[in-house]
Design a protein around this ligand. Structure first.
Ligand code: 3PG
Length: 218
């Protein structure tokens, strides 16, 4: 799966922090039930890789991948665990070169024009803008659309129900990432119905479309 195919799966990419591997399969099923077929499991907990492996094996309809990839070792471990893609908060030559040589679907994080240029030179078609609201959010993405007309973005960081549609309305945004849709306390309590409800609520929100040239609402 290439980056643009990945970005087309869902307008919302859940960013998951999983403390308990035994909850992983039920969580994946709850997201699917809510209409979301992609999830990013962050490599911030001891159980993250095992969770990716369990989901990939038990819930094949779910496109499960990883986030918080900081080095090539992580990238290869995720691939070996069955992860379909990897997001990084940043971009490095090491990660780009391993992703290319190993043919891994890798989405680097960018926050500056120079980082977008580095991604373009590596043949990357879609980047994560991170941390989206802190680095300029909507205005920065509008600014990027001029010099980088073909780069697609998945802004993540500081996005929730109140601002997701403003991001999704931008001509260069395909999807947004967020953790609000998978609250840690709901996962901890096993309240998967709440997570399914949050997915449905996010997906029914109207998405405004904007023209590619003017970013004006059409
Ligand atoms: C993260 O890395 O934690 C993600 O960017 C999620 O950010 P959020 O919690 O603001 O959605």
């Amino acid at each position: 799966m290439n980056i643009l195919e990945l970005f087309a799966i869902s307008p919302v990419v859940p960013v998951v922090v999983l403390e308990d591997q035994t909850k992983s399969v039920a969580l994946a099923e709850a997201l699917l039930e809510g209409g979301i077929g992609i999830m990013e499991v962050t490599l911030r907990t001891a159980m993250a890789l095992e969770s990716i492996e369990a989901i990939a094996r038990a819930v094949p309809q779910m496109q499960v991948g990883a986030g918080t990839i900081l080095n090539s070792h992580d990238l290869l471990r995720v691939r070996d665990a069955g992860g379909k893609f990897s997001f990084s908060p940043g971009v490095s030559d090491e990660l780009l070169s391993t992703a290319i040589s190993e043919r891994i679907t890798f989405i680097p994080g960018v926050a500056t024009a120079s980082e977008v240029m580095k991604a373009i030179l590596a043949g990357i078609t879609g980047c994560k803008l991170f941390p989206a609201t802190a680095v300029g959010g909507i205005e920065l993405l509008r600014g990027f659309s001029g010099p980088f007309p073909s780069m697609r973005f998945c802004p993540t960081g500081g996005i929730g129900p109140d601002n997701m549609n403003d991001f999704l309305a931008l001509s260069n945004v395909d999807c947004i990432g967020g953790s609000w849709i998978v609250p840690k306390d709901a996962i901890g309590a096993g309240d998967f119905a709440q997570i399914t409800a949050l997915c449905r609520e996010a997906l029914v929100r109207p998405v405004r479309k904007v023209s590619k040239t003017e970013d004006s609402v059409v």
